[in-house]
Design a protein around this ligand. Structure first.
Ligand code: 5GP
Ligand code: ZN
Length: 126
């Protein structure tokens, strides 16, 4: 069996959406209700090393996951993000895209969204 948790989950078929090249499953430590990961079936750490077909497949599954999240949780917004490399914050070395549902009032001031990856530069509007 693989020593990659994402590969194990894929091998065991514990997914909520799948195609020949991509799957989706719930994040084990969700940022918000419905936080979903869209993951390549092939073990490859670097999202940008996936083939064009694999990257496109991730997006097709992301759209399906989005529809499911809307039906289950009715969020009022989303953050969609990919961490590529340890210096960008990637902690699981198997390429994946985060779909993070957002809800009105979940933080005091949501402005900036993914700009908060580098907090001192997030607030460009000040
Ligand atoms: P990264 O930091 O690599 O972009 O994101 C890794 C994500 O994987 C994190 O949001 C974390 O909560 C999630 N995660 C870590 N281990 C597991 C696991 O074993 N199963 C699932 N479903 N999610 C995991
Ligand atoms: Zn893997």
């Amino acid at each position: 069996m693989s020593d990659c948790d994402f590969c194990v989950r894929i091998e065991q078929g514990e997914v909520i959406e799948q195609s020949t090249l991509a799957v989706a499953f719930a994040d084990a430590f969700p940022i918000s209700p419905g936080h979903t990961l869209v993951v390549s079936k092939r073990h490859e750490p670097d999202f940008f090393a996936l083939s064009d077909m694999e990257q496109a497949a991730l997006w097709v599954i992301a759209l399906r996951a989005r529809d499911r999240i809307m039906a289950d949780h009715a969020p009022t917004g989303f953050n969609v993000a990919i961490n590529v490399g340890a210096d960008a914050g990637q902690t699981v070395d198997h390429a994946h895209l985060h779909i993070v549902p957002r809800y009105a009032g979940d933080v005091d001031d949501p402005r900036g969204g993914v700009r908060w990856v580098i907090p001192e530069h997030a607030r460009y509007w000040d």
